[in-house]
Ligand binder design. Structure first.
Ligand code: UDP
Length: 437
């Protein structure tokens, strides 16, 4: 009896596909090109499954030894599709394998006896796949950009050949998707001013796991990480990529050190792969700058740290610095704030939305070394104000940026989108349910 009840419930679940070409939701985060997109898809996927959807998350198989299917929870799994060599391929090289990705996706549907009535694509290459599925199967298409070529290539001097294709797909995604999800008002403005005035956009922010990233005892966190209570800890968390602006932070710390050689500064840089991976070049470059400034004694390269341990790092820090040249959203900002850690961030993109200057941290023009040094110094020096900032930062995240809240908004958008497709008889209706076995 209970068995049949369960299987009936299972059959009633609406299947949806999240597509994330290069951001493997089951990957270790922080390495090579694994960052916010991977976290977003995985967290949103699991939260949507908790809300009653059957969530299949598709990504490109980038390592022959990785399992093809990873079951995260009973109704949420990652499916790795064959598309090009089963090895790491940099983002700029992946688009050529998208037709094979699409063919593998369709073959998977046939094998499983399912057609997804709603596809949520992530990043422009997945949008291309989503647009093909919309055209051939009538799928409702929701798209999140994660990064906008139109913004990124404004400031890049040498543009890879793929840029023209990317810009065209990004425009088609906005004009032809059923809805584009902008993660901040700033991203929405960029979409309208740089991509197209056509198409539907809704703002649904990124989130964070507020049961994991929350305020805990600072002295205990420092004890566990073997950091003295006297130290002034400045934290960076993220990938090693020149656009992340780690150089600006390192130079700012060099300036603070030069201004006050006795200050107990400690710079902790979290993230990055083992030597020999594609992001190693940037790490070597940053290590070179640390040496040039003579701040090796107060700088720690902690390597990649999982979300299970990251709350300790955020809590132990006096300030978390996000010196990105551009950031569409910036998950690290809300993770740090959720732990009650003030943020000093570049005054760009989604960081302008998440960080409230003077209340949850400070914003500084990107790449402004003196500006970053001054802002970090203010947060290290004024303990009364910093206590208030800590409280407000944690509150802001609890109230606005939980994954549950994000998933509820996405779920509502999916339901409206599916309802609209039913109301339009000319749209090919896709079979939404798994075949009864
Ligand atoms: N991250 C991690 N371990 C690391 C470095 C980064 O888990 O060692 C995670 C970090 O906690 C965040 C994500 O990677 O969830 C980075 O997302 P963000 O939006 O800040 O930057 P992106 O990588 O998307 O540019």
């Amino acid at each position: 009896m209970s068995q049949s009840l369960f299987s009936n419930r299972y059959k009633r679940r609406q299947s949806i596909a999240l597509i994330s070409d290069h951001g493997d939701p089951a990957a270790d985060i922080g390495r090579e090109e694994a960052g916010g997109q991977n976290v977003y898809v995985r967290q949103v996927g699991e939260a949507l499954a908790r809300l009653g959807w059957q969530v299949d998350m598709f990504t490109r198989k980038s390592n022959a030894d990785d399992p093809t299917i990873v079951q995260h929870t009973p109704h949420c799994r990652t499916i790795r599709l064959k598309a090009g060599p089963e090895e790491f391929v940099s983002r700029d090289e992946i688009f050529q394998y998208m037709p094979e990705f699409l063919a593998s996706f369709k073959a998977f549907q046939t094998k499983e006896g399912v057609i997804y009535p709603l596809v949520h694509s992530n990043y422009w290459m997945s949008a291309w796949v989503g647009l093909q599925l919309k055209a051939s199967q009538g799928a409702q298409l929701i798209h999140t950009y994660h990064s906008l070529g139109a913004v990124k290539y404004q400031s890049v001097l040498t543009q890879p050949d793929i840029v023209t294709t990317r810009l065209l797909v990004e425009q088609a995604a906005l004009e032809q998707s059923d809805c584009v999800v902008a993660t901040s008002p700033q991203e929405m403005e960029h979409l309208r001013s740089l991509v197209s005035t056509e198409g539907t956009i809704e703002i649904i922010p990124c989130g964070t796991d507020t049961s994991n990233f929350k305020r805990i005892s600072r002295s205990q966190a420092r004890g566990k990480l073997d950091i003295s209570l006297r130290d002034q800890v400045i934290l960076y968390v993220g990938r090693f990529d020149p656009r992340k602006g780690i150089e600006t932070l390192v130079r700012a710390v060099g300036k603070l050190r030069a201004d006050d050689p006795e200050a107990p500064l400690r710079l902790m840089i979290v993230g990055g792969s083992e030597p020999g991976q594609s992001d190693g070049l940037e790490r070597v470059r940053i290590e070179g700058i640390v040496e040039e400034l003579g701040i090796q004694d107060c700088t720690v390269f902690a390597g990649r740290v999982g979300h299970d341990q990251l709350p300790l790092f955020y809590t132990a820090a006096d300030v978390c610095v996000i010196p990105s040249h551009y950031e569409p959203f910036g998950l690290v900002a809300i993770e740090a704030m959720a732990c009650g850690t003030p943020v000093v961030a570049s005054d760009v993109g989604g960081l302008k939305f998440t960080v409230i200057p003077e209340e949850t941290g400070l914003l500084v023009p990107a790449q402004d070394v003196s500006g970053f040094a001054g802002a970090i110094d203010r947060l290290l020096s004024d303990s009364l104000w910093t206590q208030k900032v800590r409280r407000k930062a944690a509150l802001r995240v609890q109230e606005n940026f939980s994954w549950e809240g994000v998933a509820i908004q996405l779920s509502d958008l999916y339901r409206r989108s599916l309802a609209q497709s039913i109301a339009q008889p000319e749209v090919v209706q896709a079979a939404a349910y798994r075949k009864a076995s």
